[in-house]
Design a protein around this ligand. Sequence first.
Ligand code: HEM
Ligand SMILES: [Ca+2]
Length: 711
Amino acid sequence: QQQQHSSIPTDNSHIDHHDDVPIPVPQCFTTDLVPSFLKPHVVEHVLQMKLEEEEAKLVKERERNININNDDILDFEEMQLRTDIHNGALMARAATKVADELLFQFSCLTNGSVTDIVDNFLKKIPLPTDFCAYRSDPSCKDLTNYRTITGVCNNLQRPYQGSSQTAYGRLLPPIYDDGIRTPRAKSVLGGPLPPCREISLAMGSKPHFDPVINNLWVTYGQFLVHDITFAAPVTDSGRTPISSCGCDSRDTDMCSVIEIAANDPFMAGQKCLAVPATAQAFPNQICSLSVKEQLNGNSHYIDLSVTYGSTRQTAFDIRAGADGLMKTMRKVGFRFELPPGQRDGRSCIDATETNKCFAGGDSRLMENSILSGIQAQWLRLHNKFATELARIRPEWRSQDTILYEEAKKILSALHQRYTYEEWLPILIGETTAQQYVGDKTLFTEYDPSMPGVVFNEAATAVLRLHTFVRDLITRCKPNGQMIDQLWFNEISSRCKFAYDTTTNGLDSFLCGALYDYGFAGDTNYAQQIHHRLFESRNHQGETRRSDIVSLNICRGRQHGIPGYNAYREFCGLRRVRRFEGFLDTMNFDSVRTLQMIYKHPDDVDLFVGANHETHLSDALVGPVSACIIGIQFRHLKYGDRLFYTHRGEFTLEQLMTIKKYSYNCFICHSTDIDEVAQNPFRPPDEKTNPLQPCSQCPSFDFTPWHAASTN
Ligand code: HEM
Ligand SMILES: [Ca+2]
């Protein structure tokens, strides 16, 4: 500990070293020593040293990454970092280390409950501009009406807001045990919080189904959250996620270590789950010290970034380079295209010379084959639309960029529409959706004062809807006839079945997803993601497994997310003192379970509390979840300057066409499936949700895009 805190230069000889008597926050910020330590050259000197230390570590990580044969399944391609942002993640990490050192020098006595006071103090300490991730305002002056890939210049007053590789927003200030950066790990009554894996083990794995949703609704949700959030892992100097995390990793800025008990029924012998921590970012684009904030690698806006990318390099790489088209792969035996192959990245584990993993705008595209299928749908339609636009607008014919942007603009609008009109109301209920994102008018207004950002609480807790994931996956033929069922792990991070022409590749998964019920939104998680996530064998023949529930809980603590009780209060409910107080949002069994696991109601993790809530009457989540999700989607609508219904985005006729293009016809036109139910997010039902033949689907009406209509 002492060694870590030795770099404040003592050139100011009148400053004695602190006398080791801890002073509570905020009194420690008013001691006589403070002004001397805060001189800009002192801050700069310490920052420079911390930066060099951190950089050296990353170079070592790089060497290691190159030398080892990486067994990791989710092996990302090199993550492209934006060139308009100085290596922000590294800077931000160094900056919180400086903050840590300052507080030590001031003899501050800190704990989780003073994190917000510490943060307010730190934010008053400016950083030299050279060290800032956001050194200059990007120029938005040559801006077109199209979205930028990163999302930069969406908000013209705060151009970086909501752009890729910036910090998440927060609904409540974070809680870190040291007031700055170490994960929340202590109970408010003292002593440790219950271990993440222990909490996970208290949740079930029983396969309960919910017949009101199908697996397409579930996987569309996964596709949607991958559009808005990617808590990027800490990367080495070559921008590859670090691979050195092990059970003995102590640096919580680099690694998150989840303990596994020796008597664990599924993972005994594994000792721990060790994963890279989330990379850091500067908050709110201000150039100052602060407590730890996490970096969202993707553009926060709902802009189909899974399909188009969140960095300019990736976006460029996945375009065909002519006629506005995206790269795709043709394979004999398939009517429709596949996503393009990845050059040498390993986003899947069974690639061969001919059957490569897929490349796309988001590294998690191959997490499962249904998800890859959804990506394929958007690509296929993009190319169809670009081709059609070239046909009706001869003057655009050789204009790759215009065709690309126009097709992209229509598809992003469709994605937003299906998200807000079809997907979200099923999750939070029609009433709540109306309350947060409902409009009385056809055209809506942008609100530049509303930050179009993803909140850490949404990404790290309430949108982690893994409870709905099922683990037996049906494949079917275009006519709906079942082919077979596969276990989830056979289609996770694998491409084999995507290339299987005898069973119709990706389309067979999309077909199955229409008919498969989702899992119920309860405290049960499908075996294959609960206790057997990413199951593999290492070189020694030992089985390695992970657990989505433990990862979610520990990720929340690492991100400093306050407990469920705090968000009850935030959402207008009572902050309770006794577990029985939770009975207004959850049933007796849940309250008893939480009481058995946790020592105090304030300790209950947001992910866990939200998961135990009784659902609102027409929804699949409870009140606190619905409140946070509602606010999240409100921000991503009214805080997005280019949201599809905002006045000025489309002409009335264009908007009407977009509103008329139903999701079931979208599926018909982007797969070889013969018939799709009226509401494709619910299982077909003769009476309530009848199948409709695709032959009856009208084409997307491009009339309002003819030159005469747009002038
Ligand atoms: C289909 C199977 C799925 C698997 C195997 C899976 C797996 C994972 C994994 C391994 C993580 C990273 C956990 C961590 O280290 O913190 C993650 C993150 C996440 N998952 Fe899933 N997931 C699935 C489906 C879904 C679905 C259906 C949703 C929501 C509708 C969802 C929402 C999220 C969210 C919001 C995150 C955080 C993403 C980020 O910010 O980086 N997932 N998931
Ligand atoms: Ca996005």
